[in-house]
Design a protein around this ligand. Structure first.
Ligand code: IDP
Ligand code: MG
Length: 138
């Protein structure tokens, strides 16, 4: 396994619940290092572009509204097999299906308001990291 980097977003629902620290602790306790981080309120254009892959899906507009409803905590996580490891720690998209002990099982409210985002491949991780961070921040 290689040391990889992945993009994580703590979504507005989890930020509102005041559990940023608890979620970051999950990453660190699992061996992932936070190598870049920022907090911001996404613009509508940023949220639309970030989730452009889901443009045709019926939930797209609501997803964009949710993602701009409050501040998000965006970070880059680094570690052995970081992309898959982060997806494992996050749990399934729908919290009803997420394994006990995962972030989504513990903190998500619904399939939409599901606490965290994580890149799903080496290619998307690269795109998503450069979407939010400049080279000097990485
Ligand atoms: P992922 O975040 O687990 O990778 P994706 O299928 O890439 O899941 O979906 C992106 C995001 O869109 C999800 O995290 C969730 O917030 C939202 N989403 C996915 N499926 C649904 C749905 O069926 N209804 C409402 N929102 C959804
Ligand atoms: Mg996804």
């Amino acid at each position: 396994m290689a040391v990889l980097r992945t993009l994580s977003i703590i979504k507005p629902d989890a930020v509102n619940k005041n559990v940023i620290g608890k979620i970051l602790d999950r990453f660190e306790s699992s061996g992932l290092k936070i190598v870049a981080a920022k907090m911001k309120k996404l613009s509508q254009g940023e949220a639309q572009a970030f989730y452009a892959v889901h443009k045709a899906r019926p939930f797209y507009n609501e997803l964009v509204e949710f993602m701009i409803s409050g501040r998000v905590f965006i970070s880059v996580l680094e570690g052995e097999d970081a992309i898959a490891l982060n997806r494992e720690i996050m749990g399934a998209t729908n919290p009803v299906e997420a394994k006990p002990g995962t972030i989504r099982a513990e903190f998500a409210d619904s399939i939409q308001n599901n606490a965290v985002h994580g890149s799903d491949s080496v290619e998307t991780a690269q795109q998503e990291m450069t979407f939010f961070f400049s080279p000097d921040e990485l």
